[in-house]
Design a protein around this ligand. Structure first.
Ligand code: NCD
Length: 308
């Protein structure tokens, strides 16, 4: 058995068995919930800090709910953070908060690598969970995405997955690729306009293209990404109508994918920009299932890192 995780900062290099252990645990939390067990006392007496330096509604709420369902105490610390000397302010905050005897810190920060910095500086005994850093990683999103896929298409080696949108700025795309590769999918296609394309060297083994109509052909899973206006230089911005025409997921385009293909999106959605409302709300959409699975995955991760 792979050893228990103390922190979760990225899915990169995590073995399949660790990912599956987390998915299995999330699944059993989900089953428990379906049978009426909403709350477990697994983490009673433990304190978890949500330290969010970027705005977030769904991820923060999801972590908070997960912690509460395991009976942990939760503190939310939302900081609109714009200082350039991130270092000192960040670690000052960390040590101040640590003095309050925390067990885990859930962190989101616009600077890639912040969670690892916290791991290096945190007092021993404090676990760090990454809730999204820069464009680098969003491991719980990657896990909830593969959990959602597994519930419908458990045979990963048969799957072709297309991820379309602003791949260059997307930590979700990166964590999804790490998780999907670990699970052994057949093919991953990354599709975006040239200006939003990542370096090929960052995604070895993935097909990279700017032709969505070709990329979606026969795909079993279609993951749409939000156009992240706040993370791109203004000059990169394609005109929204033109973007939807080439990269938006509407019904005619979805018809090119495999029959019954799963439609996913990490949220928040820009309706009419990357996804048509009738697809987001349509029968193939798994978007709300992703949200539901997010809570169970985060419960599983908290239980893993804080388990005794
Ligand atoms: C994602 C994020 O913040 O990285 N959203 C999320 O976690 N719910 C994706 C995004 O912002 O587009």
């Amino acid at each position: 058995m792979s050893s228990r995780l103390r922190h979760l900062t990225t899915l990169e290099h995590l073995p399949r068995e660790t990912i599956e252990r987390l998915l299995d645990r999330a699944e059993s939390m989900r089953e428990g919930c379906a049978h009426g067990t909403r709350k477990l006392d697994m983490l009673s007496g433990r304190t978890i800090l949500n330290l969010f330096f970027e705005p977030s509604t769904r991820t923060r709420t999801s972590f908070e709910l997960a912690a509460r369902r395991l009976s942990a105490d939760v503190i939310n610390f939302d900081i609109g953070f714009s200082s350039t000397s991130k270092g000192e302010a960040l670690f000052d905050t960390l040590h101040t908060l640590e003095a309050m005897h925390l067990d885990a810190i859930v962190v989101r920060h616009k600077v890639s690598g912040t969670p690892e910095e916290l791991v290096r500086h945190a007092m021993s005994g404090v676990s760090v969970i990454n809730a999204g850093d820069g464009n680098r990683a969003h491991p719980t999103q990657g896990l909830l995405d593969v959990l959602t896929i597994r519930q419908h298409r458990p045979d990963f080696k048969q799957l072709t997955v297309v991820i379309c949108g602003d791949v260059k700025h997307s930590r979700v795309a990166r964590s999804d690729v790490h998780a999907l590769k670990a699970m052994g999918v057949k093919e991953i296609r990354l599709c975006s306009p040239r200006a939003l394309m990542p370096e090929e060297s960052e995604f070895p083994g993935c097909v990279i293209t700017d032709d969505f109509d070709a990329a979606i052909e026969g795909a079993d899973v279609v993951i749409m990404l939000r156009l992240q206006k706040e993370r791109m230089a203004v000059t990169d911005l394609p005109d929204e109508a033109a973007y939807f025409q080439r990269y938006g997921l509407d019904n005619p385009r979805l018809a090119r994918a495999a029959k019954g293909a799963l439609v996913m999106h990490p949220g928040p959605l820009n309706r009419g920009i990357e996804i048509a409302p009738e697809v987001a709300d349509g029968p193939q959409s798994r978007i709300l299932e992703q949200v539901g699975n997010g809570v169970f995955v985060r419960m599983a991760v908290l239980a893993e890192v804080l388990g005794r």
